[in-house]
Design a protein around this ligand. Structure first.
Ligand code: SF4
Ligand code: SF4
Length: 159
């Protein structure tokens, strides 16, 4: 449990995802669990898909009718708490923030890692985007097995 050991439970994680039917298109998943004074996710979204409301401590809410899965909020969040998720036939495509070096390169296979830092499988690197507006937070697009939809959170290079 988040309050006790710092890890979100399966229920907490899955509650942040939209219905699987919606994930046939890429959608933002926001894992922001606590009331903190923060809003770059909301102000950065070009489609006004993220609402925080008058109190900046509110937890952000995504309007999935508006979200295009562009990924701008992913690299705009200082807490690295957002990813974009899209369900394919037997894989899930994620766009995740990545701030370590070396950065992955397209077509490499890295380790898929869960929220506890355990390796759960492989992640195929499809794309790595980084421009001046991203302030050194790369946007990495990866494919992982569908069974890891609520487990996968980041990548690690095999040592
Ligand atoms: S992925 Fe793009 S459209 Fe969706 S909430 Fe984030 S910034 Fe807005
Ligand atoms: S920018 Fe990130 S940490 Fe800040 S409110 Fe949005 S999701 Fe939470």
């Amino acid at each position: 449990m988040l309050e006790r050991d710092g890890y979100a439970t399966h229920e907490q994680i899955s509650s942040r995802f939209p219905k699987v039917e919606l994930l046939v298109k890429p959608k933002a998943v926001i894992e922001c669990y606590e009331n903190i004074p923060c809003n770059p996710c909301s102000t950065s979204c070009p489609f006004n898909a993220i609402t925080i409301g008058k109190d900046i401590n509110n937890i952000p809410q995504v309007d999935y009718d508006k979200c295009t899965g562009c990924g701008i909020c992913v690299h705009s969040c200082p807490g690295l708490a957002i990813m974009v998720c899209e369900v394919l036939a037997d894989k899930v495509r994620f766009k995740i923030p990545y701030e370590f070096l070396p950065r992955p390169i397209e077509n490499e296979v890295w380790q898929a890692v869960n929220r506890k830092g355990d390796v759960i499988g492989e992640a195929l690197i499809e794309k790595v985007s980084l421009n001046n507006r991203q302030d050194r937070t790369a946007l990495v697009q990866v494919l992982v097995n569908k069974e890891f939809i609520y487990e996968f959170v980041t990548i690690r290079r095999e040592s």
